[in-house]
Design a protein around this ligand. Structure first.
Ligand code: SF4
Ligand code: SF4
Length: 371
């Protein structure tokens, strides 16, 4: 039978892969079940994966459901992304006291990410351009990112809010990984078609029990991923979104969205590419110790644009317009790419179910009506 460079791992092989990575000093982070959601957390072993759990998502809704098979990666995006491990929500920058300043610099953790989908791989690429490109890279991000070992997963199970196919970021992983898996679940049976994407990936893979994949298996796995691309629950409208938003600047539709938007900032917190931060200083009551912390910030906060005499973007419509226009339009001018990878998180975790694809479809329709 014809073979390829791909190999097949069975369930025991996946366990060995996690153990091998842990044995090499990586902190392995992957999906696990906690608080009625599939979250990303450090794994003690492959037993911690959410076998047999899927999710149902809709605007403003996220619900776990039991699957008919034992798939470990048969769920769409959860409330978190890999961003929180590369660009933590809160980080001490320095502290000072009577003895001087302590830079708070610590060795950056060495992570292995298990289960990164195409959309989230693309999001890591976006963060790379934002936080490690340019003249002033973020040293902490760079230190974490360069050590990461990425085990990606080709998606065969898109959610109702996914639209990575229309953003050209998935469902297949398009590079930037050390290993890529395609999970095949048949009842209680699981196995994984695996390919290496880097020399480090090939070295780790060689240490794990495996068998060669035949070409029919590789082709069937690829077909399952292509089929997933036809089952996306959402799609972004076609056309030049950058220009559409430039031309929609004075649209009355911004006020309509703002009537539904609570300016809570959830969409920015769950988005795998939103990167803004602010700093906060903390002192003790005796005045002998002070700390400076970096914290995630949101462009929906009133204080986000505070300059002398107050915030620049005071109204809800102006803040929503800024967020959407930055994501899909001015991000291209700043970073040469879209700021949206089509993961659908902002739709699921918006308390009022505002849907970025629907709002863009409305702007496109209004623009057509005006032509
Ligand atoms: S804007 Fe929404 S769909 Fe796009 S990457 Fe961010 S969270 Fe995902
Ligand atoms: S769009 Fe939704 S999640 Fe984002 S700030 Fe408005 S209400 Fe919150």
């Amino acid at each position: 039978m014809a073979t390829s460079d791909a190999v097949v791992l069975d369930s025991a092989g996946l366990h060995r892969l996690v153990d091998e990575l842990r044995g090499r000093g990586y902190r392995v982070v992957g999906p696990t079940l906690r608080d009625n959601a599939i979250v990303l957390a450090e794994l003690d072993g492959a037993d911690d994966l959410p076998y047999g759990w899927g999710v149902d998502v809709a605007p403003g809704t996220y619900t776990l459901r039991r699957r008919e098979d034992r798939a470990a990666f048969g769920h769409s995006s959860g409330p978190q992304s890999w961003k929180q491990f590369l660009h933590p929500p809160r980080k001490k920058l320095w502290s000072c006291g009577p003895d001087g300043v302590d830079s708070a610099a610590e060795p950056e953790p060495r992570y292995a990410f298990l289960g990164v989908r195409g959309c989230d791989l693309a999001a890591m690429g976006v963060l790379d351009r934002v936080l490690s490109g340019g003249e002033h890279p973020d040293g902490s991000y760079v230190g974490r990112r360069r050590q990461v070992f990425v085990v990606a997963v080709n998606c065969t199970e898109p959610g109702r809010l996914c639209f990575c196919a229309s953003m050209a970021t998935g469902p297949a992983c398009r590079g930037g990984y050390d290993l890529v898996l395609t999970e095949r679940a048949d009842g209680a049976e699981l196995d994984y078609v695996v390919e290496a994407g880097s020399p480090a990936g090939a070295e780790v893979l060689a240490a794990v029990p495996q068998r060669a994949a035949d070409l029919a298996e590789v082709s069937a796995a690829a077909d399952a991923v292509v089929a997933a691309g036809t089952r996306m629950g959402r799609r972004m409208p076609d056309g030049d979104l950058r220009q559409l938003l430039i031309e929609s600047r004075e649209s009355p539709h911004w006020a309509d969205v703002a009537n539904r938007c609570l300016t809570c900032g959830n969409c920015t917190m769950v988005c795998p590419t939103c990167f803004c931060t602010s700093t906060a200083d903390v002192t003790d009551l005796a005045g002998e110790h002070a700390e400076r912390w970096m914290e995630w910030a949101s462009c929906f906060e009133l204080d986000f644009t505070f300059v002398h005499e107050g915030p620049v973007r005071r109204s809800g419509p102006s803040r929503y317009r800024h967020w959407l226009t930055h994501k899909l339009s001015s991000w291209h001018d700043q970073f040469g790419t879209s700021g949206c990878v089509g993961c659908g998180r902002c739709i699921a975790w918006c308390p009022t179910g505002i849907d970025i694809t629907e709002e863009m479809a409305t702007f496109a329709r209004l623009a057509d009506d005006n032509d």
